[in-house]
Design a protein around this ligand. Structure first.
Ligand code: ZN
Length: 161
């Protein structure tokens, strides 16, 4: 089901989201939530989405299959963590479903490694770089109550009219 996306300002977007227990991961409710997140992301043409964006303050995010170099389906990250594997950073433009019609340049690490659990609760670990690494850093920021506009420079809005 397509859910309503919370937009800034909203207190859920600013909370530090809760880790999921193994019991919570192996649960029909979570599988439905993942489905809802995917449908909501696709309906708005998002490249990624985090659970707090639909009002669920839990550490879960998705990266669209269109930008998932690891497979042909959306990448589900549960309790994800990342660490930089280079000091190199890059500025590039970002937007966010929760900050409509707003764009700005954000500095991100170019190469990271990611550890998480997949939708079945299995641990996964992989390197990520460039745009893929950028989306992951953006989505994990959501789990810590951070929006890209907190970090962005040259922020601008496009008019709908
Ligand atoms: Zn976002």
């Amino acid at each position: 089901m397509i859910k309503k996306i919370l937009t800034d300002p909203d207190h859920v977007l600013r909370q530090k989201a809760k880790e999921l227990t193994d019991q919570e991961i192996n649960n029909e409710k979570l599988k439905n939530l993942i489905k809802d997140l995917a449908e909501t992301m696709d309906a708005d043409n998002g490249v990624g989405i985090a659970a707090p964006q639909i009002g669920e303050s839990i550490r879960l995010c998705l990266i669209t299959k269109k930008f998932n170099p690891l497979g042909k389906k959306d990448l589900v990250l549960i309790n994800p963590k990342w660490t930089k594997t280079t000091m190199k950073t890059a500025w590039d433009e970002e937007g966010c479903l929760s900050v409509p019609d707003t764009y700005g340049k954000v500095k991100r690490y170019v190469k990271i490694k990611v550890e998480a659990k997949d939708e079945n609760g299995n641990p996964i670990a992989f390197p990520a770089e460039k745009f893929f690494a950028r989306i992951i850093q953006h989505e994990i920021d959501h789990l810590d109550g951070i929006l890209f506009t907190d970090k962005a420079k040259n922020v601008y809005q496009i008019s709908k009219f």
